[in-house]
Design a protein around this ligand. Structure first.
Ligand SMILES: Cc1cc2nc3c(=O)[nH]c(=O)nc-3n(C[C@H](O)[C@H](O)[C@H](O)COP(=O)(O)OP(=O)(O)OC[C@H]3O[C@@H](n4cnc5c(N)ncnc54)[C@H](O)[C@@H]3O)c2cc1C
Length: 285
């Protein structure tokens, strides 16, 4: 089991932002996750779990305690369309495996850069398809105990108890023609390339879309497309993305978030809500 001291969290974040974590744990198996959780509970260590860090903003001060990342815990077991995936498996490898085996459903999620655990926790979605629709069961650890849940899902959210660490997800996919899947994959990749700042450092969409509205359109309408605070800029390609143009700090991103919320509220009467997860320096043990 690998622990790293004073680990620079920017290396674990697609924003490339964040100070050092006291400890980073990279479990490779469910048993190792259990060992980590036992250590945490024995030593009363504050903790947080992440996958690939593609939807989080770490603090400039880092994290006092242990950050657990599941990225080394990968693998799937398949029985036709029933797939059990360890939570660190990348969504993209799951999609590729589905294509090979002829079972589909989540092709529209191609290009979402996270893990299975992150996609379930966030109920990641795109082009009208959401992860939660295919989830039958999740297995994980809550308060030191193994638990199985059949969660309900809302827009960008799994209704799982806070503190639940997802270890394995059981999906159910359906047979789909390979040609049809390839066509969907091609089309979605094309649309993503056209509409998102893919080569840049970001954490995807910063705000949830308010009912019936597009957060990106609202931000554009209030004239903030391209606006920067330090190196943190509202993307000129998609205004719901904030991109790190070099050495942006979490502080810059948070100030920009605050300004966007104020401006959209003032001019449109709509209070935007963050979709990205802001991880503070300190949490309760
Ligand atoms: C270029 C780009 C494009 C994107 N496009 C989309 C998109 O189209 N649609 C979309 O929905 N999102 C999109 N995202 C956001 C992000 O990729 C997704 O939310 C993804 O599912 C997050 O996965 P992750 O492994 O990186 O999770 P992280 O960012 O590491 O974590 C996200 C949240 O999930 C929790 N979490 C992660 N793993 C676990 C676990 N094992 N157990 C319990 N909780 C866990 C974390 O605590 C955190 O609260 C995009 C991001 C980028 C950078």
């Amino acid at each position: 089991m690998k622990y790293y001291k004073n680990f620079p969290l920017r290396l674990l974040s697609s924003f490339r932002i964040g100070g050092n974590a006291d400890i980073l744990a990279l479990p490779e198996t469910p048993e190792e996750v259990q060992d980590v959780m036992e250590k945490i509970s024995r030593e009363r260590i504050p903790w947080v779990v992440v996958g690939r860090g593609t939807n989080v903003l770490f603090s400039d001060e880092g994290f006092r305690g242990m950050v657990i990342s599941t990225i080394r815990m990968r693998g799937t077991r398949r029985e036709d369309g029933r797939v059990k995936a360890l939570s660190g498996t990348s969504l993209s490898s799951l999609i590729s495996e589905n294509l090979r085996t002829g079972f589909g459903g989540i092709e529209e999620l191609v290009g979402i850069p996270g893990t299975v655990g992150g996609a379930v926790w966030m109920n990641a979605g795109s082009f009208g398809v959401e992860t939660g629709r295919f989830v039958k069961r999740v297995r994980g650890i809550l308060d030191g105990e193994w638990r199985e849940e059949r969660p309900e899902f809302e827009y960008r959210k799994a209704l799982l108890p806070s503190g639940f660490l997802i270890v394995e997800v059981e999906f159910e996919f359906h047979p789909r023609e390979r040609k049809e899947m390839e066509e969907v994959l091609r089309e979605c990749v094309k649309r993503r390339k056209r509409t998102q700042p893919l080569g840049e450092k970001s954490a995807g969409c910063v705000f949830r879309n308010p009912p019936g509205e597009s957060a990106g359109k609202l931000i554009e309408d209030v004239g903030l497309k391209g606006f920067c605070m330090g190196d943190a800029c509202v993307s000129a390609v998609h205004a719901n993305f904030i991109v790190n143009r070099g050495n942006a700090r979490a502080k810059d991103v948070l100030e920009l978030v605050k300004l966007i919320k104020e401006r959209v509220y003032e001019k449109k009467g709509i209070l935007l809500e963050e979709e990205i997860r802001v991880i503070p320096e300190k949490v309760q043990a």
